[in-house]
Structures are given as C-alpha cells and as structure tokens.
Design a protein around this ligand. Sequence first.
Ligand SMILES: *[C@@H]1O[C@H](CO)[C@@H](O)[C@H](O)[C@H]1NC(C)=O
Ligand SMILES: *[C@@H]1O[C@H](CO)[C@@H](O)[C@H](O)[C@H]1NC(C)=O
Ligand SMILES: *[C@@H]1O[C@H](CO)[C@@H](O)[C@H](O)[C@H]1NC(C)=O
Length: 234
Amino acid sequence: MLLISLYLLHSLALSEPVINPFGTYLGSNSGVPGYSNGNDNNSNEDSYVGNIYSGLKWQCVEYARRWLIITQSLTFASVDCASDIWHIDYLSSTSDSSKYIWHIDYLSSTSDSSKHTSLYRIPNGSKCPPSKGDLIIYKRTETNPVGHVAIISKVDYDDIEISEQNWDTDFWPGNYSRAMPLTELSGLYYLFDFEYPIIGWMSYNKPENVHCADIECVTCSAPDRDKDPKCEYL
Ligand SMILES: *[C@@H]1O[C@H](CO)[C@@H](O)[C@H](O)[C@H]1NC(C)=O
Ligand SMILES: *[C@@H]1O[C@H](CO)[C@@H](O)[C@H](O)[C@H]1NC(C)=O
Ligand SMILES: *[C@@H]1O[C@H](CO)[C@@H](O)[C@H](O)[C@H]1NC(C)=O
C-alpha cells in the first residue's frame, strides 16, 4: 500500500509541470534578465528600462524590446500581438530619451526617419541564415493565438540559441532559454520548432543578400479581425 501511494505521488509529481511564479528570475542573455510570466495571465504592469517603456511584465514582447533597448538602444512600436511584429518596417533609436518617458505611441508616430533603423523580414527557408540579435517571429495559430517573439542570441553551424519570456516558466539552461535546429538545404536556411510554426526572422543588420529580405511584406497576411479583434494579423 505504501509503495503504491509512493508510486502515485511520484507520478503526480512527474505529470504536474512546475510553474515558477510570476516575476521569478529564469536566466539572462547579454545582461538582460528573463522573468517568469507565471500562469500566463496578463499582468497589466508596465515595465521600463530607466524611462523607456518596454511593454507588459513579463510578456515575450517585453523581453524582445528590453533586450533591444539595453543592448542596441533600439525599440519598436506598439503591437497587439507578437506575430504583428512581422509587419514592422523599422526600429527606433532610444539614445536621446534621457529627459522624457518614451511612450510607445510617440515612437509609432514619430516621422523622424533619422531615428529609424530598417528591420529586414527574412522568411523561414530563405538564402540568408539567421544571425545573432535577430528576432524570431512565430505565426498565430489556433493553439498559439498571439504568436510569439524571441531573440536569437547565438547561431551555430546546425542550431541556434534563443532568449525569451512567456514560452514556459523553466529556468534557462545557460545564456539562453531554448535551442532549436538550423538546417541548410540547397542553399536555403530552415529553423525547426517541433511545437509551433515560425514565419521567419527579422534583422536590424542589412542581410548580405538583400534579396532575402521581404521588403514588400508579401509574406505578411492581411488583417483578420473576425478571429480576435485585439490581434489583427495571422
Ligand atoms: C498573475 O499571476 C501571478 C502568479 O503567477 C500573480 O502574482 C499575479 O498577481 C497575477 N496577475 C493578475 C493580474 O492576475
Ligand atoms: C554566457 O555568455 C558569456 C558572454 O558571452 C560567456 O562568457 C559565458 O561563457 C556564457 N555562459 C554560458 C553558460 O554559456
Ligand atoms: C521552416 O520551413 C520548413 C520548410 O517549409 C518547415 O518544415 C519548418 O517547419 C519551418 N519551421 C518552422 C519553425 O516553422
């Protein structure tokens, strides 16, 4: 009887994933810490780097912005869903923001193109490999309704390391939260994630072969307001 109870307890412990509570430090990349979003609720708590807004604690979009602000002095405009980042054409410089709190609405409305850095869309399966600092953008799907964004923090011959928030609440295995396979086939580069599809990666460095970049946004889907009015793009 005791053995059976012990066995049941053990299997219960195995089947219940451990949720690290909201705000738990999980790991860090390039000095940018990642925190647990707990049970994936929307905290509605704003996060700032100094006086620069980075998003809602501790969403995936917040980590991507905070990483860009801290390591590159760049940020991007407001999005409804992580997958909407695929539609963004440029990042904005945060380097002269010392006096004011930078609200995202200001960033999206500023027309001062001297503050803009082009963001190149490189679809999964293109001739340009991903590089360090690129953003991976996951597609919206029924089971992944807002998409997802992660920072590519290292690129090796046959895999990449990424850093992110709100994928799971696990402690990071190193300077990154997950690794995923990278394959080159007939000169085309593919990333593999066995859970969810990605649209591709986005780079603030001009790709060597500029034809890799989808400048015209042909891989961008049209708004689909019927699905979820808060999240306009698939
Ligand atoms: C979200 O969940 C965390 C625990 O994981 C809790 O601390 C936090 O207060 C919750 N936020 C809201 C808005 O419910
Ligand atoms: C994390 O990154 C730093 C700086 O790039 C490096 O020195 C260190 O070895 C890395 N740690 C691990 C566990 O990979
Ligand atoms: C990348 O494209 C390949 C080929 O179409 C596909 O098999 C793979 O699932 C895609 N990767 C992701 C993460 O969606």
